[in-house]
Write a protein that binds this ligand. Sequence first.
Ligand SMILES: [Zn+2]
Length: 87
Amino acid sequence: MPRAMGQAGGQGDWRIDLLAGDGVAEPGGSAGRPWLGVYFKCAHAYVRVFRNAAGTAYQARCPRCARTIRFAVGAAGTERRTFEVSC
Ligand SMILES: [Zn+2]
């Protein structure tokens, strides 16, 4: 995976604030729901995570160990849309 991908680590569920709203490009485009790309190192799997119905968060689950990672949508945060997860 590209080195430019974000790193996040630690134990337990994560909360990562994401920028949302006008001016922030959503890779899902206008054709569908916005999504994040999350790479789970322990499963060696790249998962596309869609935003929840309320538009408040993205919730990713590792396909191997079932750890849940929550990416909260907030006014302040990162514009990054791909994440690399160690779990
Ligand atoms: Zn895992």
